[in-house]
Design a protein around this ligand. Structure first.
Ligand code: ADP
Length: 297
């Protein structure tokens, strides 16, 4: 399974250039598409799920042109849109059953078996008879992933799935996704939350203002921030100076002032010690430092 994106452009009628010459490949495994709001993630997702035609470029799915084989490719895709909604009067299982019919599962018996298997997988079996609109926010999102999975799609696309979820549900949702990561499927997860890009992601891409600014493994992104993350203990006066000059990633109050982490190209002084970066450090370093340099260039 392979998706190849070549020279993709999306210019909306009002002139918004949402995707600028994107070249990106996805092979089997889980991929994270990360970027701030307005980066172009949803535009890219909508093109991939055939809801929108790009204004330029091509997308090949296993060598098939997305524009020429829309129906065929659509049937391979499970999609959880950002603003997932469902018919309020249906029970949880009925909604999923309906989604299964839409996905082309015509045999009622095997469809019903699949409905219960998926409800179990996403932890909703005990609420199968509850009206879907009475589910909690997290449960609704899990029902959303179940409807994306019914019909055994080989490409699973989820757009900002954890927005608005509490931490417990967010972790639960991530675990469901990483369990899906099998040899024969591509999972693409778009998010503006760095913590959603876990070590289980095989690859990730960073989008910013419609441009692809990084693609590689999460480990490679983290490596790019090595030597640029510092921790220091500051008194209040020193904190005011540092705050003006550097990107502060975390601030923890301590007896004598502040325990602070910053990303910086240069050694910041103030008795700073270098620390091992994590993905959040790397994201800030990349967006704030590399891109600033890149934009000035
Ligand atoms: P993200 O999902 O990363 O937040 P989007 O793809 O939603 O990014 O948006 C990328 C850019 O395209 C933004 O500047 C947004 O305002 C613009 N945009 C998105 N949808 C439309 C639309 N239907 N018409 C015009 N501009 C749009």
């Amino acid at each position: 399974m392979k998706i190849e994106i070549k020279g993709l452009n999306q210019i909306y009628p009002n002139g918004n250039h949402a995707l600028k010459n994107i070249n990106l490949d996805f092979s089997t495994g889980m991929f994270g598409l990360l970027g701030p709001n307005g980066a172009g993630k949803s535009s890219l997702m909508r093109i991939l799920v055939t809801l929108m035609k790009p204004t330029g470029g091509t997308v090949l799915v296993d060598g098939m042109d997305l524009q020429k084989h829309r129906a065929e490719i659509r049937s391979m895709i499970g999609y959880l849109p950002q603003d997932f909604r469902f018919f309020s009067s249906l029970k949880t299982w009925e909604f999923l059953d309906y989604s299964g019919s839409l996905a082309g599962m015509t045999n009622r018996r095997s469809r019903l078996a699949e409905v219960d298997r998926l409800l179990d997988q996403v932890g909703l079996l005990e609420v199968r008879d509850r009206q879907a609109n009475r589910l909690s926010g997290g449960m609704k999102r899990r029902l959303g992933i179940a409807q994306a999975l019914i019909g055994n799609p080989r490409i699973i696309i989820v757009d900002e799935p954890t927005t608005g979820l509490d931490p417990d549900e967010r972790i639960r949702f991530r675990n469901i996704l990483s369990q899906l990561s099998r040899n024969d499927v591509i999972i693409i997860l778009s998010t503006h939350i760095v913590g959603d890009i876990s070590s289980t992601c095989h690859g990730m891409a960073l989008l910013n203002r419609g441009e692809l600014v990084f693609s590689g493994s999460p480990g490679e992104l983290v490596k790019s921030a090595e030597g640029h993350v510092f921790r220091m203990l500051l008194d209040h006066q020193e904190y005011d100076i540092i705050k003006e000059k550097y990107n502060i990633i975390s601030t923890v109050p301590v007896d004598t002032g502040w325990d602070v982490q910053v990303v910086s190209d240069e050694f910041p002084g103030f008795r700073a010690e270098e620390i091992t970066p994590n993905i959040e450090h790397a994201y800030v370093y990349y967006m704030e430092h590399k891109l600033k340099a890149y934009i000035i260039d």
